[in-house]
Ligand binder design. Structure first.
Ligand SMILES: [Zn+2]
Length: 247
């Protein structure tokens, strides 16, 4: 079984970059989506954090090296002027570079711009970023978008958008590991059978009467999905709160 460590950048008191969105929150959504996509395809994963909590990079590195994965990805978001995705890989290239390139290919497929995959070295000539320098497995750092760029952060400020980004990372990871991506279309469409993961209505905290284990998708409009039984509506829910039932 292949193993992947997912570092979710910042957390707790360390917000990361703050612009139109707060980096630590975006990173968590993207990282959790990446994790669930990989887990569903038989990859053993470990996350540096699963909620908003302090998580210094040295702790992430320790956890990663103890887990001893095949690959590691650190999920970050960018700031400081620019637009689009970029990734950093180990200056010696190898699998780390391949991983960055495979992820970039998938990120471009979902329509995100890319600034390219890069290396960054410190004054000793080694890798600038500790997560790449001190982890023992091939590792990359992904910067999905710029939190301080209006256009970029408008494209990435909702849960279904973070989900897409996280899944594109997962697809790049699967390709690097040589694992066939069995189900390329996670997309939910009219007529699908779904189960409710989180029982709250779209854009509210209100729950609805959950009578059934599975529902039919009646309509899809962005991240708003109307579910029910045949044509009779039960509720409108966020696309992130339901999951397709595979037959
Ligand atoms: Zn960061």
């Amino acid at each position: 079984m292949k193993k992947v460590f997912i570092s979710i950048g910042h957390g707790g008191k360390d917000t990361g970059a703050v612009g139109y969105v707060v980096e630590k929150n975006a990173n968590l959504c993207v990282g959790l989506s990446c994790n669930s996509y990989l887990s569903k395809r038989g990859v053993k994963t470990q996350l540096s954090r699963e909620k908003d909590e302090n998580d210094p990079v040295q702790e992430e590195i320790r956890e990663c090296n103890n887990f001893d994965p095949d690959l590691a990805v650190s999920v970050h978001s960018n700031a400081g002027g620019g637009i689009g995705f970029e990734a950093y890989y180990h200056y010696r290239g190898g699998t780390s570079k391949k991983l960055a390139e495979n992820i970039e290919d998938e990120v471009i497929k979902i329509g995100q711009k890319s600034r390219g995959v890069k290396i960054r070295r410190n004054s000793q000539g080694s890798d600038y970023y500790a997560f790449i320098r001190e982890t023992k497995c091939p590792a990359v750092i992904c910067e999905g978008f710029f939190v301080d760029n209006k256009e970029d952060s408008e494209n990435y400020n909702e849960s279904h958008e973070y989900k897409k980004l996280g899944e594109s990372y997962a697809k790049g990871i699967l390709k690097t590991l040589g694992i066939k991506d069995e189900d390329d279309t996670e997309e939910i469409k009219v007529g699908d059978k779904v189960k409710v993961l989180k029982n709250v209505q779209y854009n509210s905290d209100k729950t609805f009467k959950l009578w059934f284990k599975e529902y039919d998708v009646i309509s899809v409009n962005g991240d708003r999905v109307v579910i029910g039984i045949k044509d009779s509506v039960t509720a409108a829910v966020n696309i992130c709160n339901i999951e397709k039932i595979k037959d």
